[in-house]
Write a protein that binds this ligand. Structure first.
Ligand SMILES: Nc1nc2c(ncn2[C@@H]2O[C@H](COP(=O)(O)OP(=O)(O)OP(=O)(O)O)[C@@H](O)[C@H]2O)c(=O)[nH]1
Ligand SMILES: [Zn+2]
Length: 217
């Protein structure tokens, strides 16, 4: 079973199973392997105590529970409908959503990385509700991640479910594990990209996409 299928369920409602694969009511649900908040709270308390941090004061008594709920929230994306519309006008130029916020957690240190994503596609038979580009980014951000995988998962998922002529994803993010601690490279950011279909193979489309995202060829 792939990483994608293990974590992500895309359901088509029974009333609407006909038409292209990305029909108007494709329900996207993330099913984490199982969140036990009580166990997470106990573990968070032990973790803090093991680091010499007492949790007995009034102001910190609730901290293990808050930690458990905070991480559970970071790992629980909101379900959404992947709404698409027929491309009746045959629009065949780039659709690009820029500066979509990215908030994720690196899987090595469980520290946040934050930045922006530029997500674009060249339409095929259907166009996508614009907000869904940001929802797909959120969907794959809400789990322990590496930026390279996040970038590729967003692109691959759109390619599979929207079937456009091309997809491009560029992410620029600051990893707090690299800025607040460790090497302490304050202000550094990391860029990653995935280009698929015509955005990968057609020189003009590729250059246009990279120019509009501010990335260089
Ligand atoms: N490729 C990649 N690496 C990441 C990402 N997020 C964090 N890392 C890196 O994961 C690596 C883990 O390396 P380790 O040597 O095991 O961890 P460490 O001793 O804490 O390393 P330092 O951060 O260098 O102190 C670090 O180099 C992090 O910068 C990511 O999204 N992609
Ligand atoms: Zn890290």
């Amino acid at each position: 079973m792939t990483e994608l299928s293990r974590h992500t369920t895309a359901r088509i409602r029974p009333t609407d199973q006909e038409g292209p694969s990305a029909g108007p009511t494709l329900r996207v649900v993330h099913e984490p392997d199982g969140i036990d908040l009580a166990a997470a709270e106990r573990a968070a308390g032990q973790f803090l105590n093991a680091l010499g941090i007492a949790t007995s004061s009034e102001s910190m008594r609730g901290t293990p529970g808050r930690m458990a709920r905070a991480y559970a929230e970071l790992f629980s994306p909101r379900p959404f409908d992947l709404t698409t519309f027929p491309n009746d006008e045959g629009y065949d130029e780039l659709v690009l959503a820029r500066r979509i916020p990215v908030r994720s957690v690196c899987e090595h240190h469980l520290l946040p990385f934050v930045g922006t994503a530029h997500v674009g596609y060249l339409p095929g038979g259907r166009i996508l509700g614009l907000s869904k580009l940001a929802r797909v980014v959120e969907h794959f951000s809400c789990r322990p991640q590496v930026q390279e995988r996040l970038t590729k998962q967003v692109a691959d998922w759109l390619q599979t479910h929207l079937e456009p002529k091309g997809v491009g994803v560029v992410i620029e993010a600051e990893h707090s594990c690299m800025t607040l601690r460790g090497v302490q490279a304050t202000g550094s950011s990391t860029m990653t990209s995935t280009l698929l279909g015509l955005l990968r193979t057609d020189g003009r489309s590729r250059s246009e996409f990279l120019a509009l995202t501010g990335a260089t060829t």
